[in-house]
Design a protein around this ligand. Sequence first.
Ligand code: GLN
Length: 484
Amino acid sequence: MEFFNLTAHEVRDMLRNKEVTSVELVESMFSRIDDVENDLNSFLKTYKEEALEKAKEIDKRLSNGEELGDLAGIPIAVKDNMCTTGKNTTCASKMLENFKPPYNATVVEKLENEGAIIIGKTNMDEFAMGSSTENSAFQITKNPWDLDRVPGGSSGGSAAAVTAGEAFLALGSDTGGSIRQPASLCGIVGLKPTYGLVSRYGLIAFASSLDQIGPLSKDVEDSAIMLNAIAGHDRRDSTSANKEKIDYKKSLINDVKGMKIGVPKEYFGEGINDEVKELIYKALDKLVELGAEYEMISLPHVEYSLPTYYIIAPAEASSNLARFDGIRYGYRTAQFDGVDDLYTRTRTEGFGEEVKRRIMIGTHSLASGYYDAYYNKAMKVRTLIKNDFDKAFEKYDCIITPTVTDKAFKIGEKTDDPLAMYMGDVCTVPVNIAGVPAISIPAGFVDSMPIGMQIIGNHFDEETILRVAYTFEKNTDFNRRAKL
Ligand code: GLN
């Protein structure tokens, strides 16, 4: 039997009913990987032998009648910017090509404790900087719906793996859209949790005040299951929120009656494909039919989100990436003449073009002469954007927008035009700036390519967005599998 089209919760039920073993699930994932990975390049590394060993152990525990969690025995994939003990964690960068961390990221530890089986690490844009997974130093991942197109990014490897059934679930990270945008372009579900809900310990930092880890999944139920596994306070991350634990499976309620949805007009302006707009309006009509109501609203400062993001994110990145100097760990140039030359050559050879571009933008806006004009100003605008969201949530349960401006673009189409690439993030970055949670779910197709709808919630209100997403999913049939 083929399992690759099934969801994690479906195979979980089969495992519990003894209709399948974890070893069979792992084997079936690897046979799927054998079939499609040459076309897709989703993974940077896979661990077949180890995965099979772990699966055997889980099967033994299950046959002993042990009660295990939802993810026990389920093959999953992890983006290659999350530390895995003794296993390469490259950030798809030459700088970390041979880096084997001596510790696990908290999310990895949590998943392993749940008995989930990590079958591999996925490709990404170098240091998570990008929207297409073309910035990987090692390979370009393809979109399973159309191999000439990008899967989105930066978590494109995780998105492609889940879409193509190479893993039942995957972790991504989202600094300005890197979970939601690839989910949207691949026709799957991607959730960026509230800033602070999921520990960032062991996530190699891009922009620390924006980064969050979250699930990429085939459906909303799997997203809730993964969120249950990874959310929670961690004393090793000083920005981790100490909140009471929530069971997100309880939010899987097929009912939106009486819900109030705000629809910001700023997300329906220029730069968004008309067909995308139309499809989101249709999705809103569907939610109205199901008992919700929506109103057009204004978030007056979100129009400044993109410039704000492209000051804050590179500023933080330039500081975070200063540690890669050829001395402590990571890549070191072969020949150098003194310490300055060592730094220069190491960083020149170790970092790709986009990473260097961000470091230069970041150091520029943090320089003493420009700090007030750029970084400080961006921080002030950030507060205004956050206030816009706070105000909207006084009146509305959630906010709905498109996730992306258009369908997946062709590989190579935007590589020479970084600004065009940045513009594509216009719908996703405001959420990271405000720190609120958002989920992208399939909402239709443009030219046979999937398009996502973004449902944004108030801080720590993942429950509402999961509920709206679940209801929409249950009452539509846009959640289809790519033919590959
Ligand atoms: N595409 C955005 C960028 O290039 C977001 C990346 C991300 O969320 N990691 O910065």
